[in-house]
Structures are given as structure tokens and as C-alpha cells.
Design a protein around this ligand. Structure first.
Ligand SMILES: [Zn+2]
Ligand SMILES: [Zn+2]
Length: 394
């Protein structure tokens, strides 16, 4: 679909981006580089600094639109959006690559560098073959890893003007056959969120603990509740659970009984409804335990991801578009989370996994590197999907 020269320059782009990774919400140079490339493609619409942060500041998203408006009615039959992510991770790269990360402690270990090259390939293609009466939007979204980016883009009034009819995304998945597409109707990626449960009581001399208020009994009971949360709520799901990831309780001070504790938990579920039940249950139980033991409490959420739920129509369309490609229908969702779920909650759409090879290090592993051959494969899949939408709607 693209020339050998174009493919080679997209591989170079991927490696350039890999060399200069930037953390979530700080993707300024990455966005600048992409914007320069996109300007050369002469898109029919180009939006930068897309996205609005919680404090009202502009974000680093970019949307490039390709497609001439129909002269008669000035509307598009369909507006098709493809999304990729801009951010890297706070991980020190531990493989020796010619294009190794120059930023200490930061690297592209989720393959977003590859996703950007794929989307730039799609942009290159549709700049040459402008859709007639349709529009293809390539969205480069910031801050996926922290779960803020999709919401920031959706909150931007300029994005609502783009008003896509269908949205698509892919994620490379190590451990699965190289180049195959993995899809399912309904949940593709689980909902997840980080939760900090804090209890505060009163410290005391360790010789007279009864004069203080220790968070220990409440923490003890909270752990029991979390470990058995499905039993308490009568939920039968192997993909819904709470993982206790850390605990802080008092200090290494043998003369003091503790006053404070923090428990860190990750909640995960393939259903947004179960996630809501978890939060309601935990809030109620923690409040009750605080009252019982005379403690103050606080609950804080972060890294909040809704489940990515694929629309049946969009999945059928992907399968029809990729009829000649290796497509695998998944029995169960992926356990990891993706903020693309916010797009599929609002628009008809689908995400699919793109196999990154059976013996590849996992995502977020310091040795992972996106396989360059997937740039051509991923962009071919997106282009076929766009062309399928156009052929079934013209
Ligand atoms: Zn990631
Ligand atoms: Zn990712």
C-alpha cells in the first residue's frame, strides 16, 4: 500500500521517536516532530494542542483529517477515526539498540512508538488517495498510560466538532502470533483503577498501645474484605478481582504504636458494572470500619480506566475488512486496560490486538522493542478497515 521508500522512512520515524521518549502529558517534542511530518502531507484539517487538562491547559494531542467534502451537501458519508498514543513509560531501557533511549529512566516499552508510525503510514496513504465524500482522521492522543489522555481529548470542544462516526485503535501484544489481529465483541480490555485506602488514628507509646488508636485492626479486616471481595458480593468472574499491591503502616520505630496506614489496591474487571459495585462496597465497608475503630479514612483513586467495549457493528466491519488476514476471535478479554474505552463508550468502534511475536518480552518490560515489520501490517489493517467503511457506505 505504501512504497518501499515510504516504509523505510516510517521505520526511521519510529526509531527517532524511540530515541526521544517522553512521559505522559509531556509529549511536546514528539508532538512537534509528528506535526512537522503531518504538515508535509497537506491534510484537509490539522489540529494541534488537542485536549484540555483538568486545570484547563491545552494538551499535546494532534488530529490530521484527510478527505474532501462532498460539493453538493457539504457533509461526509462517514467520518472514520484511528487513534494512537504519544507517551512512553518511566522505565530504564535495558537493551542495546542503535536507537536506544537518550532519556534516562524513560523509554517506549508499550510500543506506542510503533503505533505512531502506523498512524503516520495511514496518514501518508490517505494524503495520496484522498477519500471522496468520507473523512479519515488520524488522532495522536497524549497520556494514555496515566488514563488521562482520552478524556482530555474528548473534553476539548474542537474534538466534538470532528464528530467521528466510527473509531478504531490497535495495540501490539507480545506473546501472540506476529502480525495476527485479535479481536472480540464486547469487552476487549478490562476496566481497572488504583485505589489508596488511608486510615488515621492516634499514635501511642508501644508499651501502652491502648492509649492510642491503631489502624492495624481496620487494615487487617480491609485486607480480608479485598481478598474475598467476589465472595462478599457474590460475583462469579475470573476476570474481576482486587490485587493488593502495597501497604504502609507506621514506622520502624519500636517504641511507637502506629497512627497511620495506607493500603494500595488495584481493582480490575471485565465489566464496568462490577467495578461500580466494588467501589460502592469498599466505600461502605471502609466507612463502617473507620467508625467501628474510631479512625478517620480517605479513599483516593488514580489510573482510572473504563473497560474497552467493542461495538458489534464495528467488530463485524473489522472482520470483513480483514477477511484475507489472520484474524483470531478471542474467548476472553485482555486483562490489561486502555483508555480507548472512553471513545468506544461514546462512539461506535473497536480496538484489536496486533500480535507482536510469540517469544517477545512483555509490554512494559525494559527489554521490549516494537517490531518494525508491524508498521506495514498495522497500517495495512487500518487502511483496509477505512476502505471497508467507505465501500459499505457509498
Ligand atoms: Zn502501556
Ligand atoms: Zn500501550
Amino acid at each position: 500500500m505504501l512504497t518501499t521508500k515510504e516504509n523505510a522512512s516510517l521505520i526511521n520515524l519510529r526509531r527517532d521517536i524511540h530515541r526521544c521518549p517522553e512521559l505522559s502529558s509531556h509529549e511536546n517534542l514528539t508532538a512537534k516532530r509528528l506535526l512537522e511530518e503531518l504538515e508535509q502531507l497537506n491534510p484537509d484539517g490539522l489540529f494541534d494542542q488537542l485536549g484540555v487538562t483538568g486545570t484547563g491547559e491545552k494538551s499535546t494531542g494532534i488530529a490530521a483529517c484527510f478527505g474532501e467534502k462532498k460539493r453538493e451537501n457539504k457533509t461526509f458519508s462517514k467520518i472514520i477515526l484511528f487513534r494512537c498514543e504519544l507517551d512512553a513509560l518511566p522505565i530504564e531501557e535495558t537493551i542495546n539498540l542503535a536507537y536506544k533511549s537518550i532519556h534516562q529512566g524513560v523509554s517506549h516499552k508499550c510500543g506506542h512508538d510503533g503505533h505512531m508510525a502506523i498512524l503516520m503510514a495511514v496518514a501518508t496513504y490517505f494524503s495520496k488517495y484522498r477519500p471522496q465524500g468520507f473523512q479519515v482522521i488520524c488522532l495522536f492522543q497524549p497520556a494514555e498510560e496515566t488514563g488521562y489522555g482520552a478524556q482530555q481529548v474528548i473534553n476539548d470542544p474542537r474534538f466534538s466538532q470532528l464528530n467521528p462516526d466510527m473509531v478504531f485503535s490497535l495495540h501490539n501484544v507480545p506473546g501472540l502470533a506476529l502480525g495476527a489481529a485479535f479481536i472480540r465483541t464486547g469487552t476487549l480490555c478490562c476496566a481497572s483503577r488504583g485505589l489508596t485506602i488511608s486510615y488515621r488514628g492516634k499514635s501511642a507509646h508501644a508499651a501502652q498501645p491502648e492509649t492510642g488508636i491503631s489502624p492495624v485492626p481496620a487494615i487487617y479486616k480491609t485486607i480480608e474484605l479485598l481478598e474475598n471481595i467476589n465472595k462478599h458480593l457474590e460475583i462469579e468472574s475470573t476476570l474481576s478481582f482486587a490485587t493488593i499491591v502495597g501497604i504502609k503502616l507506621g514506622d520502624k520505630a519500636f517504641g511507637t504504636a502506629p497512627s497511620r496506614s495506607e493500603l494500595y489496591v488495584t481493582l480490575r474487571s471485565d465489566a464496568n458494572g462490577v467495578m461500580d459495585k466494588y467501589i460502592q462496597f469498599i466505600t461502605q465497608e471502609v466507612k463502617q470500619l473507620s467508625e467501628q475503630f474510631g479512625l478517620e479514612f480517605e479513599l483516593n483513586f488514580q489510573d482510572v480506566f473504563a473497560a474497552t467495549i467493542n461495538t458489534p457493528n464495528a467488530v463485524s466491519l473489522v472482520k470483513a475488512a480483514l477477511i484475507e488476514e489472520p484474524v483470531v476471535e478471542l474467548d476472553t478479554p485482555f486483562r490489561w486496560s486502555e483508555d480507548f474505552g472512553l471513545f468506544t463508550a461514546k462512539y461506535c468502534g473497536a480496538m484489536f490486538g496486533l500480535g507482536a511475536g510469540l517469544n517477545t518480552p512483555a509490554l512494559h518490560d525494559s527489554k521490549y522493542d516494537f517490531p518494525d515489520e508491524l508498521i506495514e501490517v498495522g497500517s495495512r489493517y487500518f487502511i483496509k478497515i477505512a476502505e471497508e467503511v467507505m465501500s459499505t457506505n457509498s
